[in-house]
Design a protein around this ligand. Structure first.
Ligand code: PLP
Length: 365
């Protein structure tokens, strides 16, 4: 089976873990500090805070910017559940805006119509590894005094107008989960240029304890700390970030060349002045294609090719989310996308032979 994702590890990650294990210092410590420094450099951000996963990074970031119960957060319904759950964890309310049919990211032209007195922030997802249109989003945010939070879980090393993901809004969150472009199994990272957000995030990650003041509690907090075992893996991964990105982009280019001329099949759209890091290579199977999306998926599965639908439903439909949405939003573009998208394997160790086999199977169908 050609799998949809595969961690890009070698001896370096194994050696790095061994070194931490032998040191006897395995909890959050110097290695995690080093990882945070490397992340800051990569993103061009002033501060970085490691957490134990991307969801806790989001929860921490939303607390750090001082979102409160009842506040409204504008976001996309076409994302992983963690984006929305982090809003609910704060007691805030997600307000959904439809997506751009080409990029699958939040449509900036639809933001203004849902802004209310309670709107405090826009939580933007850079879906599949492509940053949203931050020129337009930041302009609306500035006009209405809203905080822009970047869910950069899928967009490490991507950029928009030469600015790195992690530095496109007021605060950003990354995930280092097993399938993400840079991974250590489970892990997360927050980046920001705002010292107040940084201080609040530091406290929240560690039970409200100020650095070097253990058993003093300045605020509410959780245990969202990273371990040095995981940080050691992530550090090795970061050293390869440009290789990882380039491999994915080269594979995407090959997919584009092979699949750009098939009726009813839409290849990924690349926004101007944006570097797309292809966390996913996502096709759209429209009604003009010979068979429907689900049939294509099951035929490919029988041929030994794993494909995944990211995401099969917009999140406004799920009961715990539905009850907090005051009015059903018009989300037709996202609804259609959820019926038509299909992501094919694009991890860095995918071979050209495998890619050619995948595209040949699609063409034969
Ligand atoms: C993976 C992901 C997250 C959550 O990260 P975890 O590390 O799995 O908690 C959040 N948002 C998006 C868009 C993701 O893809």
């Amino acid at each position: 089976m050609i799998s949809i994702a595969k961690p890009y590890f070698n001896k370096r990650e194994i050696d790095a873990v061994t070194q931490v294990l032998r040191s006897g210092m395995i909890a959050q410590g110097e290695v995690t500090k080093k990882l945070e420094n490397e992340f800051k450099t990569l993103c061009g951000a002033r501060y970085a805070i490691a957490t134990n996963n991307g969801t806790s990074a989001l929860h921490t970031a939303l607390y750090a910017v001082d979102l409160r119960p009842g506040d409204e957060v504008i976001t996309t319904p076409f994302t992983f559940i963690a984006t929305i759950n982090s809003i609910l964890m704060i007691g805030a309310k997600p307000v959904f805006v439809d997506i751009d049919p080409r990029t699958y990211n939040l449509d900036p032209t639809k933001i203004e119509q849902v802004i209310s007195k309670k709107t405090k922030a826009i939580l933007v997802v850079n879906l599949y590894g492509q940053p949203a249109d931050y020129n337009a989003i930041n302009a609306v945010a500035k006009k209405h005094n809203l905080i822009v939070i970047e869910d950069a879980a899928q967009s490490i090393n991507a950029s928009f107008k030469k600015k790195q993901s992690g530095n496109l809004g007021d605060i950003a969150c990354f995930s280092l989960y097993a399938t993400k472009n840079v991974t250590c199994g489970e892990g997360g990272m927050i980046t920001t240029n705002n010292s107040k957000y940084y201080e609040r995030a530091l406290l929240f990650r560690n039970h409200g304890q100020p650095p070097n003041k253990r058993y003093t509690y300045a605020d509410l907090g959780y245990n969202y700390r990273m371990t040095d075992i995981q940080s050691a893996i992530a550090l090795e991964q970061l050293k390869k970030i440009n290789t990882i990105t380039k491999k994915r982009q080269n594979l995407a280019r090959r997919y584009d060349d092979e699949l750009n001329n098939i009726q009813g099949l839409v290849i990924p759209f690349k926004q101007n002045s944006t570097s797309h890091v292809f966390h996913q290579y996502t096709l759209r199977i429209t009604p003009k294609f010979k068979i429907n999306r689900d049939t294509l998926q099951s035929i490919l599965f029988k041929k030994g090719i794993q494909t995944v639908v990211y995401y099969p439903a917009t999140l406004n439909h799920f009961p715990h989310i539905k009850i907090v949405c005051k009015i059903p939003a018009m989300l037709e573009v996202a609804e259609t996308a959820s019926r038509e998208v299909l992501s094919v394997p694009i991890h860095p160790s995918l071979t050209i032979q495998e890619l050619t086999y995948i595209t040949r199977m699609i063409k034969e169908i």
